[in-house]
Write a protein that binds this ligand. Structure first.
Ligand SMILES: [Zn+2]
Length: 461
């Protein structure tokens, strides 16, 4: 089975070139000068379009337990929405509950995802119970293709790890060559600010932002970087939202430390003004770290240009406004944390290209190539080259669209980007050589996606 994508501009981190792409079964067979081949079983005309490696969203939470409920996208609905938006790989988080093993956690997540995904998927492991046996199990996780471990400096009593526990896990990461991912907010201090606000009768969603000041993200980020330096562990800061945290990452990188960071579209486009929307509407925008003042956005775009922010992920974690966000009416601390976004990351970041904030090459690099290398999937994913999986997006840079809950495919009853008018739109998506999205609709299936056993980070020696 041969598919020829002809006439397009093939994108990579180096920019675009006029080339045709020949796909044979599940893989890219050749990238050639235009017109070299002209027959195949299927010919897709990409004239005037970009042809780019499928997006990799390295931070999603499908069916994630949180505060007595679950994020509203299943692996089936969430990966289908991802495909619609040009994302052909997700890396989701298996969540260790206290008192359970990493092995049983991984089994549980395989049970949820296996056979239910529309695109390929991998897992990170959330470590919430650091002890001798958990640390030992980090080794078998790496062998099972789960080579990155997320820890929390936030959420005391739930996911929170002490500095000592973080230090121990980092030592094990150094020993195994695996990656520590960090949710860097000072949760102990934040809990005090939350308690104080509630005691003063302040229960509105905007308080979620006011009780989690950016300085406490900066402090925790610096502390995580110091612990990583002491242990020699690589460190990946997830969902970086604040200028203070970015400064700490940039300084560590300038000093030669293996510190990396991602940001998310919501921190580039939304702000605490959304959290302050009246009539509890602000609850739609509750996520941690919180949306910041607008002034942080320019710093984040700069970080994306300079590679101090090297990945854009979504932290997709949808909760319905009606039934789920409602749990926190009158008490912002009970609003489930998360914003939906897996479907819109490629389009939203393309707006950065349109606005001149980032180049076409950076768009592809931050959304596909770097996450592939960061999490041990390259060159199988993240590039259009012979031998790579044929995860390919044909993107129309001139099409326009308006985002809305009416038209999106995520299983959630609102859009954080309702009414956003965008330039550029996904036209066709191939996942391992199969057309799963085309102008005539979704033609994939929720059994198509395969588990990706990942190698170690490819930015380390
Ligand atoms: Zn997350």
């Amino acid at each position: 089975m041969r598919t020829l994508i002809k006439g397009g501009t093939v994108l990579s981190p180096a920019g675009g070139v006029a080339a045709d792409v020949l796909v044979e079964d599940e893989r890219v067979a050749a990238v050639t000068a235009p017109g070299l081949f002209d027959t195949a079983d299927t010919v897709l005309d990409a004239t005037g379009k970009y042809v780019l490696p499928g997006g990799i969203d390295a931070h999603t939470h499908m069916e994630m337990p949180f505060g007595g409920t679950f994020s509203s996208d299943t692996f089936a609905t969430g990966t289908t929405a991802a495909a619609w938006g040009g994302t052909t790989t997700i890396i989701d988080f298996a969540v260790q509950a206290k008192g359970t093993s990493l092995a049983s956690t991984l089994d549980k997540w395989h049970e949820k995802a296996d056979g239910n995904c529309a695109v390929d998927y991998g897992f990170h492991m959330i470590v919430s119970d650091v002890n001798d046996s958990t640390l030992k199990e980090m080794e078998s996780c790496v062998d099972a293709g789960v080579s990155s471990f997320k820890m929390f400096m936030a959420y005391p009593g739930v996911f929170y790890s002490t500095d000592g526990e973080i230090l121990r896990a980092m030592r094990k990461a150094t020993e195994t060559g695996s990656m520590i991912m960090m949710h860097a907010e000072n949760g102990i201090a934040i809990d005090q600010l939350v308690a104080q606000a509630l005691a003063e009768g302040k229960g509105d969603p905007v308080q979620h932002g006011l009780t989690r000041p950016s300085a406490l993200e900066g402090e925790a980020t610096s502390r995580a970087i110091t612990l990583a330096r002491v242990t020699g562990s690589p460190l990946y800061i997830v969902h970086l939202s604040a200028a203070e945290a970015l400064s700490a990452v940039a300084a560590a990188r300038d000093a030669g430390q293996n510190v990396f960071a991602e940001t998310c579209p919501q921190y580039l486009y939304l702000s605490i003004e959304d959290l302050a929307r009246p009539d509890f509407e602000g609850a739609k925008y509750v996520a941690s770290p919180p949306l910041r003042e607008k002034k942080h956005q320019a710093d984040l775009w700069r970080g994306l240009r300079t590679n101090d922010l090297s990945v854009v992920s979504t932290d997709h974690c949808p909760f319905c406004f009606k039934d789920q966000k409602e749990l926190g009416r009158g008490d912002f601390s009970k609003i489930p944390n998360g914003i939906p976004g897996v479907e819109h990351r490629m389009d939203l970041l393309h707006q950065g290209v349109v606005a001149g904030e980032i180049s076409l090459g950076r768009w592809v690099e931050a959304c596909s190539t770097t996450p592939a290398r960061m999490f041990g999937l390259y060159p199988r994913k993240g590039v259009i080259a012979p031998g790579a999986d044929a995860d390919i997006v044909i993107y129309d840079p001139a099409a326009t669209q308006t985002l809305s809950a009416e038209t999106h495919h995520m299983a959630v009853d609102y859009s954080a980007y309702e009414g956003f008018e965008l330039t550029g739109k996904v036209e066709t998506v191939l996942s391992r050589g199969k057309v799963v999205v085309s102008p005539s609709g979704f033609s994939g299936g929720t059994g198509h996606g395969r588990f990706l056993s990942r190698d170690l980070c490819q930015y380390l020696n």
